[in-house]
Design a binder for this molecule. Structure first.
Ligand SMILES: [Zn+2]
Length: 285
């Protein structure tokens, strides 16, 4: 498999997302004194690929890690890094609750039934780890609520908890000097605890927060880095969908008609059609 790395800005080396086993973006943010890693990866194998790339480029290995949220694909690689981990309190609590599990097929089945994870996540875990799942969950070391600023030496990182549908512990990470905003999965729908769902009002509030950053780069964990104009163009139909969900309630046909008018199309693309259902499902959240 081709692993792709990118020096996004002077202080940020990025490992791109890989979709086969749901590997999210990893980023090493290097200041004069220390390097911060964004997210731990979905496995030690994932982590080691990035460690090797950093070593190959003669870059400093991370001194600490910031977790965007607890989800397995961001946290199961933590054990491979051996650095202090910063995380929101809810992420720490959830990971502590998962620490004793054996991740056998039966265990995965129970977690899916309890809606702690989704069937899609269970399948990705089986694919990433194979049959022998030696998964070691390490709870975070430094726990915060609200926000946390980390000085790396000439580079300032702001880790900010946001109100997001995706996960209650969602955080975004802003690298001030490099004008880069890492969004984690904060703009995604809720994926556990029921059907995939979005709350229109919450999504619009979060979008306002995100647009408020004076960022040149916006990086979603399962996407590619986007410039401000690319990002806003990408999100515009979703913002419109959120507004229509607010004004039309659960009137599916009205939402779809409104979107067709907005996009000037005969048929909605599949992702937005699925989005209509997600906004209806999350209307009461
Ligand atoms: Zn997630």
């Amino acid at each position: 498999m081709e692993h792709r790395f990118e020096q996004l800005t002077p202080h940020i080396l990025l490992m791109h997302a890989e979709h086969d086993t749901d590997r999210p973006v990893l980023a090493a943010i290097g200041g004069r004194q220390r390097t911060l890693l964004m997210d731990g990866g979905n496995s030690p194998s994932h982590a080691r690929l990035f460690q090797k790339e950093l070593a190959g480029r003669g870059l400093r290995q991370p001194d600490l890690m910031a977790l965007t949220h607890w989800h397995w694909d961001h946290s199961f690689g933590i054990a491979a890094w051996n650095v202090p981990v910063l995380a929101h309190r809810e992420a720490a609590d959830t990971l502590a609750g998962l620490a004793g599990l054996d991740w056998s097929d039966e265990c995965l089945q129970r977690l899916v039934e309890a809606q702690t994870i989704s069937e899609a996540s269970a399948e990705h875990i089986r694919l990433e780890y194979g049959d022998k799942r030696d998964i070691r969950i390490l709870p975070p070391d430094i726990v915060f609520t609200g926000r946390l600023t980390v000085q790396l030496g000439g580079v300032t990182c702001e880790l900010v908890h946001v109100d997001s549908d995706h996960s209650p512990d969602s955080c975004i990470l802003y690298v001030r000097e490099d004008r880069t905003l890492f969004l984690g999965d904060a703009l995604g729908p809720a994926v556990y605890g029921g059907p995939r769902r979005y709350n229109g009002a919450r999504f619009l509030r979060l979008l306002e927060t995100v647009y408020g950053y004076d960022a040149d780069w916006f990086v979603e964990s399962h996407g590619v880095p986007m410039s401000r104009s690319e990002f806003m163009a990408d999100l515009a139909p979703w913002a419109q969908l959120a507004r229509l969900a607010g004004s039309c309630g659960s009137d599916r046909q009205a939402i779809i008609a409104g979107m067709k008018t907005y996009l000037d199309v005969e048929e909605l693309p599949a992702d937005l059609l699925a989005g209509v259902e997600e906004f209806i499902a999350g209307a009461g959240d």
